[in-house]
Ligand binder design. Structure first.
Ligand SMILES: Cc1cc2nc3c(=O)[nH]c(=O)nc-3n(C[C@H](O)[C@H](O)[C@H](O)COP(=O)(O)O)c2cc1C
Length: 500
């Protein structure tokens, strides 16, 4: 399989990813908005293959671009033409006819694909869950149910934005479901009656053993397929609650056992990343009888400070608080914890439901590779809506077809063999040089600056072209990461250190 260049998101940065997009309404031949969204969600093969045969943009005066409501021009015709001319001819397999290869299970209970909404505002009412099911989500982890009186603060979010203006990290100070237990049970009954094949994971939080037992029992009686124990909400700090539970293995074990007491359905413990290692809580959940684990919940954070008031974000009547961080920025931390769980032989056989920063099918595939058996998403849905499920499913399905794999289960845990918790085990006697593509290089010199001031002074600049000095290069690959043109790649020449 060839690793291809993607059409970078940056090239459609002005596209606002509209609802009922005027570009698609103006185009008589296809759905450019769907294709643009496919590019945005790293799903360009599928986007290209969905377009009509031939070149639908030939001899067209681009009514899509005239209809576009973005304040900056979006080169829709150019992007569509690149999908047709560059991406489609390189697509290795046709679009799969079915999504059968996405079928998998949570603790033996079949699900139509690995994708669930994670417990949060995105899965907090009948209407929202029903719409998510209709869009194609296999299930929902419903907003955490509790007996507390919940009154949320306003505003309750803040964010870190990337260079292109989109949210990369997201902070919330939201607590739990503000419906009563009885209201939520009615919602479960209605959802199960209308969508018997969709998976309902009931997230619960109690304050005593009795409460964990009763809540779990109620959820099972009213149609939940499995229970998720919220041991990890960073925004519930009353005694014995929230992330504090996940930090105390004895409580995790005790409350897991309490939840299992009168239930027959699988129980997953949702763990906190606000710890050094997850194994203590995870193994405690196992001892308490948990069938699976879910990770990660949000990371305790402060996203920024208003420099005129000195109050950090979000400010609620002049005050703020530490809150939970999520979104794409937390993916590396989530993947690290998933790996830790996946590699632990004591947890073998436990289902791992992975989450934390998943936006695209590629993010999801990474979680699967490191041992997640199902995938949960919140922040990306808050950013883009339930519609991302189309790209998550199509992209993953296409990738599996391209790899000649019949089942998504074939990649679960397939990446664990190569990871180690310690960098000590890695070879330190060889160097892998970077390789420069002089044709792609536009001579910006960014690699020269970074290597000079942040590396090993191994790249010189001659006639606006970088030149590598092999005797100085240590093969750190900072230049590969920094190049804005993707013109520097890892080479294929690994040499012994003493030779260079
Ligand atoms: C606004 C918001 C509310 C949340 N509420 C809950 C909750 O009630 N229970 C829970 O277990 N996790 C809750 N979470 C955490 C998410 O389920 C998820 O673990 C976390 O956001 C990481 O996934 P993401 O990066 O896809 O958002 C919430 C997250 C957000 C952003």
């Amino acid at each position: 399989m060839v690793i291809k260049d993607s059409i970078p998101r940056l090239e459609m940065i002005s596209c606002v990813l509209c609802k009922d997009a005027p570009c698609s309404q103006a185009c008589p031949k296809m759905d450019p908005a769907e294709a643009l969204f496919g590019i945005w969600m790293d799903d360009q093969d599928v986007a290209a293959l969905r377009l009509p045969e031939g070149n639908p943009c030939a001899d067209c005066d681009a009514p899509c671009e005239k209809a576009c409501i973005s304040t900056d021009k979006v080169n829709i015709k150019n992007l569509m033409t690149r999908l047709v001319d560059v991406i489609r001819p390189e697509s290795e397999v046709p679009l799969p006819e079915t999504e059968d290869r996405l079928r998998c299970d949570i603790c033996g209970i079949p699900i139509e694909n690995p994708f669930l909404l994670s417990s949060s505002v995105v899965a907090s009412s009948y209407d929202m869950c029903a719409r998510a099911f209709e869009e194609g989500w296999a299930g929902v982890c419903y907003k955490t149910i509790c007996n507390f009186d919940i009154h949320e603060a306003s505003p309750r979010y803040s964010a870190i934005k990337g260079d292109n203006g989109t949210i990369v990290g997201f902070k919330n100070i939201e607590q739990l479901s503000d419906h009563s237990v009885a209201e939520n049970m009615e919602i479960f009954r209605k959802l199960k009656a209308k969508y018997p094949n969709k998976f309902i994971l009931a997230s619960i939080m109690g304050q005593s053993e009795e409460e964990w037992t009763t809540l779990a029992e109620e959820c099972e009686k009213n149609g939940a397929d499995a229970i998720e124990l919220n041991f990890s909400c960073p925004n519930m700090e009353e005694e014995g609650l929230g992330s504090d539970i996940g930090q105390v293995p004895e409580l995790v074990e005790k409350f897991t056992r309490a939840a299992k007491k009168h239930t027959t359905i699988p129980v997953l413990a949702k763990l906190t990343p606000n710890v050094d290692v997850m194994k203590h809580a995870a193994e405690a959940a196992f001892r308490g009888g948990a069938d699976g684990l879910a990770a990660i919940n949000t990371i305790k954070s402060i996203t920024g400070v208003n420099l005129y008031t000195g109050v950090s974000y979000p400010a609620v009547k002049g005050s703020s608080a530490v809150g939970g961080y999520s979104g794409n920025a937390v993916k590396p931390i989530a993947l690290r914890f998933i790996t830790e769980l996946g590699m632990n032989p004591k947890l073998k056989g436990m289902h791992i439901s992975g989450m934390g920063g998943i936006e695209t099918w590629k993010d999801a595939a990474e979680f699967l590779f490191l041992g997640s058996g199902s995938i949960q998403v919140t922040t990306a849905v808050m950013k883009y809506g339930y519609r991302i499920i189309h790209e998550l499913k199509a992209g993953l399905n296409y990738y599996l077809a391209q790899m000649g794999l019949d089942s998504v289960k074939d990649i679960i845990g397939a990446g664990l063999h190569s990871v180690s918790e310690s960098t000590n085990v890695l070879d330190r006697n060889t160097v892998l040089f970077p390789k420069f593509d002089q044709e792609r290089c536009i001579g910006c010199g960014r690699c020269v600056i970074s290597c000079s001031d942040g590396g090993h002074q191994a790249i010189s600049f001659e006639n606006r072209k970088p030149k590598l000095d092999g005797s100085r290069c240590v093969g750190c690959h900072l230049c590969v990461l920094i190049c804005p043109q993707n013109a520097i790649r890892p080479g294929n020449k690994r040499i012994k250190k003493q030779e260079h």
